[in-house]
Write a protein that binds this ligand. Structure first.
Ligand code: DUC
Ligand code: ZN
Ligand code: ZN
Ligand code: ZN
Length: 475
């Protein structure tokens, strides 16, 4: 007797769509086949007319992270609920790392914080410096099951930036230990000099935020990181890539065989820098890198189509309006005095990543449902070292499954989302294609618009990356 059978669905992998039924037992996929042959189950779900996909993995978010002095609108429990409504069955977040403090201790602290999650989770070690004692901890972090590291190439004033020496040292140590470094690529020098310039002319209005970190600010850092990666001889993941210039740099390196992987995020596909022109609420769209243009979004879709972009993540960093504005000053009429340097960076995204890719991607004919599977789940599991436990529906894999209805239409608004804020940058956007059921370790946790999961049900997933992926461009 199985715990669950999902029948009549179209089961998606990066390379196939198969009409087959899925039997689940003890949290794992037990067998695929015809229900007549599989036998009975305690619960049978009819997925007639729907796609059945491996659960989305969100390997990029900032939750319970005191970034720029703010905590964020969610803790890992509420974040996991919002994520589950978006078809996400696994979260990964970064350590809160501070100069002079142990990163290994930060990993263990993060493990504790993330244990509230209703879905499985994992941790990336974040490095802001690389003195001997920190380099000596790296092996313990990898052995703990966290072979992926984050480095910021900007945010020097916030104490988060890794300088060039740190990048090279951590990249090298990652190579020795079969780990994957990832970078937030923006030139700190360009950003800071532009801030000085706009301060001098007295214009720190929201549109100047995008001007302060133009495409070349990102491309310069991408280029530097790519060369460090080539020099060291180990893979690199460039997160939240926003534009064609950056993709061209990576495309060239990939064509030469270098294992340089790229992530993009839903907001760079659907939100544009004209949002900063709104004097009242333009600040809500301040995130780093800044929003770009529809033309750059098309470059990103091309990057997904041709395989330059391997994965998507949300970069979810959800702040309430109060948090976004808490450092702004007000004029005598009580209006905020625009100063983009005082706005906390970040926007929401974990719940809408799959709907946006389904709607703007599949429904509009830009990418296939197989590609969505690849860039939301399979490739993410491979790159971060939890495949085939995650990232595929196959016997032996964890039964992390999302059922998608391509005919379901939803108008995005704060009311339909579950991310604990009272605004939505995508307010009014109609999406066609939506997750309707989420299954985590064999348990239905989203059904008929209801969350049925449990705080703390998520497990810490130990990861180990295939060395092949780290030595040459091969997913
Ligand atoms: N960018 C954001 O917008 N928020 C958090 C961190 C980051 O890099
Ligand atoms: Zn970032
Ligand atoms: Zn981020
Ligand atoms: Zn609800």
């Amino acid at each position: 007797m199985y715990d669950l059978i999902i029948k009549n669905g179209k089961v998606v992998s990066p390379t196939s769509i198969v009409e087959t039924d899925i039997a689940v037992k003890d949290g794992k996929v037990s067998a695929l086949g015809d229900i007549e042959d599989l036998g009975d189950a305690k619960r049978i779900v009819d997925a007639e007319g729907k796609y059945v996909m491996p659960g989305v993995i969100d390997a990029h978010m900032h939750v319970e992270a005191p970034f720029q002095g703010c905590f964020g609108a969610n803790d890992f429990y509420t974040q996991s609920i919002s994520a589950a409504f978006g078809g996400v069955t696994m979260l990964m977040d970064f350590t809160n790392t501070f100069k002079g403090k142990s990163v290994f201790e930060a990993v263990k602290k993060r493990h504790e914080e993330m244990s509230k999650s209703a879905i499985d989770y994992s941790i990336h070690g974040k490095f802001v410096e690389a003195p001997e004692n920190i380099l000596n901890e790296v092996e313990k972090i990898v052995d703990y099951g966290c072979p992926s590291f984050k480095l910021f190439m900007t945010y020097k004033k916030e104490g988060v930036m890794a300088d060039d020496e740190t990048l090279i040292k951590i990249f090298s140590r990652a190579k020795e230990l079969n780990a994957l470094p990832m970078v937030h690529a923006e030139s700190n020098a360009i950003a800071e000099l532009n801030i000085e310039k706009y301060k001098k002319i007295g214009d720190l209005s929201w549109p100047r935020f995008a001007d302060s970190k133009p495409i070349l600010c990102e491309a310069e850092a991408v280029s530097r990181a790519v060369y460090f990666s080539k020099y060291v001889g180990n893979a690199l993941l460039i997160v939240h890539t926003t534009n064609g210039e950056a993709l061209d740099i990576v495309r060239k390196a990939q064509n030469e065989g270098y294992p340089i992987y790229v992530e993009t995020c839903p907001h760079y596909l659907t939100l544009f820098k004209d949002l900063y022109e709104d004097p009242e609420i333009g600040y809500l769209a301040i995130c780093s890198p800044p929003l770009r243009t529809p033309q750059e979004a098309e470059n990103l879709w091309k990057g997904m189509q041709d395989g330059t972009i391997s994965v998507t993540g949300s970069d979810d960093c959800t702040y309430s309006k109060e948090e976004k504005t808490m450092f702004l000053e007000k004029d005598e009429n009580g209006n905020f005095i625009p100063d983009f340097t005082k706005v906390v960076n970040g926007c929401s995204g974990t719940e809408i990543r799959l709907p946006i890719l389904l709607s703007e991607g599949v429904s509009k004919g830009r990418i296939s449902i197989n590609k969505v599977c690849e860039i939301t789940s399979t490739n993410v599991a491979k790159i971060f070292g939890c495949y085939p436990r995650k990232g595929i529906i196959a016997p032996g894999s964890d039964a992390d499954i999302v059922i998608v209805d391509m005919n379901k239409e939803v108008t995005l608004s704060p009311e339909v989302l579950h991310n604990n804020i009272d605004y939505c940058l995508h307010e009014g956007m109609k999406v066609k294609g939506y997750p309707v059921m989420t299954i985590s370790n064999g348990k239905i946790i989203i059904e008929s618009g209801e969350f049925k999961g449990k705080r703390g049900d998520g497990k810490f997933i130990k990861r180990q990356i295939e060395p092949d992926i780290l030595r040459r461009f091969s997913l």
